[in-house]
Design a protein around this ligand. Structure first.
Ligand code: C2O
Ligand code: CU
Length: 492
């Protein structure tokens, strides 16, 4: 097989309406307009098999992103350059061969790379101790897998993650080949806040994990960015249908995304295509992705991507209609392909309750003092639990029992119940759920690997446990994960 390198450092694209209709990010109140695509029929056609070799060199690097106002901050990154995020692109059908060399001498001894949302073989899942040994400083490990689905994904470490994501150690993985008709442009919007003080980047980073944050909604970064810049402007084709790939890589913030100044439609959630749905707003929790198609206004017009979950809407980015206005007719966005994710058999599915709760505040669970991270990189404090069991902090290589044993090939309905006063984006590894229903109201039918569960809400997700191995189930507010809201499922 021919091997070629394709590691896009940086971004290809040029740098240059009412909230609240959806409760909890998923609820769909009335169909304001309908598009011609009611069902996805086309499936993805694989590109010729070949390997795409990528080398990832996680290391500390002083990095001056546009948002840092001329200062360089001690970031951790996968490749050199004042660029955020690093993007790996491959085509559906191609095999990613990613060689990771751990160049982080301190604070990331348990480094592995987790490919968030990809339904890959367990040995490639990148969870230290659970699926592989950590990659020691100075050593290499090669991941090799062929993504089974096209779409928008990302990758990050799975230990000391509050610090490593806090320092920017994330990458975006785009698997092309899901479009049934090409859009006029493809724009990545990677959302991340940085933990710097109100005086900006000059003072360096503030602590990434705090007890007061971890025990509540998390520790927020004050410097809000898209692709490493504050409210960047992007020049996009006037009158065109533009694909926006929104990815929230922040460990904490749950924005409510809105679009002002244009019609927009949702075409995929967490990488998986859905029949286009008129877009109102969407709560995009940590790790969640949303692909929108936006109809750009005529030349010179502007579209704002905003976060409504704030006292005043925050403009995250502005899209500027550029060039001669394209004549595209009435807005009827092209759909993406139909996901190849197996459909759970709801009638035959076994139901399992998962209750997300707080523990007695800050109870310590074993672990020697001064050792901040345990076997799966949990903090020494515990604030959260799944089915009353917090992740225990014990000696290396000692895993707790699985939260559940699942039979390979069987359908399951997980009832996710949040009995805390905070939202939790709950993530499953190795599988993709169908979001079936919510106690908060009707749900847009979609697949997801990370689902937001609001306080007092109960969300039902269903899936076929078709991927053997031990798979993490955890909250993606990373401080919640690292203080107990984490466990694993065993599929055999
Ligand atoms: Cu992106 Cu286990 O997570
Ligand atoms: Cu949480």
């Amino acid at each position: 097989m021919p091997t070629r390198r394709r590691f896009t450092l940086g971004l290809a694209a040029t740098a240059l309406a009412g909230a609240g209709a959806y409760a909890a990010g998923r609820v769909f109140v009335g169909r304001a307009a309908a598009y011609s695509t009611a069902e996805l029929s086309q499936t993805a056609v694989p590109a010729p098999a070949r390997e795409v070799a990528v080398s990832l060199m996680p290391a500390p690097r002083a990095t001056a992103l546009p948002a840092f106002g001329g200062h360089a901050l001690p970031l951790w990154s996968f490749a050199p350059g004042d660029v955020f995020p690093n993007v790996v692109r491959l085509r559906f059908g191609e095999t990613l061969v990613a060689t990771v060399e751990n160049g982080i001498p301190e604070g990331q001894e348990d480094l592995t790379v987790h490919w968030h949302g990809v339904r890959l073989p367990n040995a490639e899942d990148g969870v230290p101790y659970l699926t592989q040994k950590p990659i020691p400083f100075g050593s290499r490990f090669t991941y090799r897998f062929t993504p089974p689905d096209p779409g928008t994904y990302w990758f990050h470490t799975h230990c000391n993650t509050a610090e490593s994501i806090g320092r920017g150690l994330i990458g975006v993985l785009i698997v092309e080949g899901d479009e049934t008709r090409p859009y006029d442009a493809d724009q990545l919007l990677c959302l991340k806040d940085w933990r710097v003080g109100t005086d900006g980047a000059a003072g360096g980073f503030l602590p990434f994990l705090t007890d007061s944050g971890a025990s509540k909604a998390g520790t927020f970064g004050a410097l809000r960015t898209v692709n490493g810049a504050v409210s960047p402007r992007f020049a996009l084709p006037a009158g065109g249908d533009v694909r926006l790939r929104l990815i929230n890589v922040d460990p904490t913030r749950v924005p409510e995304i809105g679009i002002e100044g244009a019609e927009a439609a949702i075409v995929a959630v967490d990488g998986a295509g859905i029949p286009p749905v008129p877009f109102k707003t969407w709560r995009l929790g940590p790790a969640m992705r949303l692909d929108l198609v936006v109809r750009m206004p005529p030349t010179g017009g502007e579209v704002r991507v905003v976060d409504y979950f704030a006292a005043e809407p925050v403009v995250l980015s502005t899209l500027v209609a550029t060039g001669d206005t394209l004549a595209r007719g009435a807005f009827d966005p092209a759909p993406l392909v139909r996901p190849a994710i197996p459909e759970p058999d709801l009638g035959a599915a076994e139901r399992m309750p998962f209750v997300f709760s707080a523990t007695a505040a800050g109870a310590a669970v074993g672990g020697a003092d001064g050792i901040p991270f345990g076997p799966l990189c949990a903090s020494e404090k515990t604030f959260w639990a799944i089915n009353r069991a917090p992740w225990p902090n014990r000696g290396h290589a000692v895993l707790p029992p699985p939260l559940a044993d699942l039979k390979r090939g069987r359908s399951y309905v997980f009832e996710l119940a949040n009995v805390t006063p905070h939202v939790h984006p709950i993530h499953i590894h190795g599988h993709t759920w169908r979001v079936v229903k919510s106690s908060a109201g009707p749900v847009i039918p979609h697949f997801a690997d990370t689902v937001l569960v609001a306080p007092k809400e109960r969300v039902e997700v269903a899936f076929v446990a078709d991927n053997p191995g031990d798979w993490m189930l955890h909250c993606h507010i990373i401080e919640h994960q690292e203080t107990g809201m984490m466990g694993f499922l065993r599929v055999a």
